[in-house]
Write a protein that binds this ligand. Structure first.
Ligand SMILES: C[S@@+](CC[C@H](N)C(=O)[O-])C[C@H]1O[C@@H](n2cnc3c(N)ncnc32)[C@H](O)[C@@H]1O
Length: 431
């Protein structure tokens, strides 16, 4: 299968069937795959905020005059979606979404039902033997057979067994579409699904390019230099789901992850609950920071680092501990003491560096938040004070690091975003 010159498919042992392998050295920041969405659906809260075709945000969307349930930023986008699937769905849409069958579905099932409706309507005029249909049916099915939901359009051509066959690929192949780490829709990208297996220490990441008059495009970008022969892996889930991820892989994807990060967690044993007592929690965080300071951070996560991890620090990997630190940082950075924000922000940074691979977008976004937090302090302080000078230097340092990380992934998603914020903050720091 021709996937481009930098990547080829090779057989792989276990349930994964095949793997995407670098055919040559790939530099960090290079795009290894670019493909248009076959089909997308917006999250309900994004309806009317984004164009249903190109998914760009707009304040001047035109409603479909037929169903009043789809929104477009231009007649070009409306025409594209009309020809693609909406002409088959429009008249029946409101009856379908108010039907008991649709109403009884859980929110995530409703989203799948809408995406499946779009896809079946789109495939209606296509031969069942076509490359398009087989690009979906040749994907690996999920581990559990789930009845397909009612759909808006029943095709005499794409019959129920084929619809079930297609739906059985949804759970373990479809992608969430996001902008600057915020999910706004789901999409089907068969080429990317066919290629990439999962790793909790991925060396590539998916970003989405939104431009008017086209369907959203996925680009898969190298997060670090990749050697010839290395497997390219995406994260299927947020790697910070340290406790729950194996269960999700088993249930939704039918595999056990054996990446370095999972082997590391297996080696350190079960993750104990962190203490409820705030003083003890703070002590745990302090111990983590001392351990990190004593450990030369050379761009490796702990799971690929040879230094043994102290067992009394294991509770820092509890999902509740990470969530607690993230919330403390969020609250303090918006409306609290700089010292509290900086303290919790640095603990979160240490955790992210342990969990995520270098150049992972979460690390870059968090460094940018730290830079903004430091800058906000300089505004509150006397400009001539030592405290203002220190906060400015810290802001500069976090910003430089954020820039290096986020530029690896490059521009993505909505126009306003971290790269624009970096430019603005750079100008403020120069002034
Ligand atoms: C999107 S597909 C990945 C592409 C797949 N290799 C193929 O040949 O089509 C997802 C499925 O690949 C398998 N898979 C992905 N990552 C894996 C991993 N790290 N270990 C084992 N199986 C994996 C699982 O069966 C999963 O449901």
């Amino acid at each position: 299968m021709p996937f481009g010159t930098a990547v080829k498919l090779e057989p792989r042992a276990g349930p994964s069937r095949s793997k995407a392998v670098a055919t040559r050295q790939i530099c960090a920041g290079s795009s290894v795959l670019s493909c248009e969405a076959l089909c997308t659906v917006l999250l309900p809260e994004e309806k009317g905020q984004r164009c249903d075709t190109c998914n760009s945000k707009s304040v001047q969307l035109q409603k479909c005059s037929g169903c009043a349930a789809y929104f477009y930023c231009s007649t070009v986008c409306q025409g594209l979606q009309w020809r693609s699937h909406h002409k088959k769905i429009c008249k029946r849409f409101n009856k379908y979404t108010s039907s008991l069958g649709f109403q009884a579905l859980a929110p995530h099932e409703k989203l799948d039902a809408l995406l499946l409706s779009h896809l079946v309507a789109q495939l209606d005029g296509v031969s069942v033997d076509s490359d398009l249909v087989s690009s979906i049916t040749s994907l690996l099915p999920g581990p559990i057979e789930i009845a397909s939901p009612p759909i808006a359009f029943s095709s005499t051509h794409i019959r129920a067994p084929l619809v079930r066959d297609i739906y059985s690929r949804f759970g373990n192949n479809n992608f969430v579409i996001h902008s600057h780490l915020t999910t706004f829709g789901h999409g089907i990208f068969p080429r990317a699904s066919r290629m990439f297996n999962h790793s909790c220490l991925p060396n590539v990441a998916a970003k989405y390019i939104l431009s008017p008059s086209t369907f959203p495009k996925m680009e898969v970008v190298a997060l670090r230099d990749i050697s010839e022969g290395e497997e390219l892996c995406l994260p299927y889930l947020d790697p910070a789901l340290l406790q729950s991820r194996q269960q999700i892989f088993q249930l939704s994807y039918g595999f056990e992850c054996r990446c370095d990060s999972c082997l590391f967690l297996e080696k350190i044993g079960p993750i104990p609950k962190p203490p409820d007592d705030q003083v003890e929690r703070d002590k745990l965080a302090l111990d983590l920071m001392q351990f990190m300071q004593a450990t030369p951070y050379d761009g490796l996560t702990l799971s690929t680092c040879s230094i043994p991890f102290p067992s009394d620090l294991r509770p820092v990997f509890h999902e509740s501990f990470i969530a607690h630190v993230a919330e403390k940082f969020r609250n303090a950075s918006h409306d609290g003491l700089y010292s509290t924000a900086l303290n919790s922000g640095l603990i979160l940074l240490a955790l992210y560096r342990l969990i995520y691979p270098p150049n992972y977008p979460q690390i870059g976004m968090h460094l940018l938040e730290l830079a903004k937090t430091s800058w906000n302090t300089t505004v509150l302080e006397d400009p001539a004070s030592l405290a203002a000078d220190r906060a400015k230097r810290e802001s500069r340092a976090y910003l430089d690091e954020a820039k290096a990380v986020l530029q690896t992934l490059g521009p993505e998603g909505d126009l306003d975003g971290p790269l624009v914020e970096i430019d603005t903050l750079e100008q403020l720091l120069r002034a």
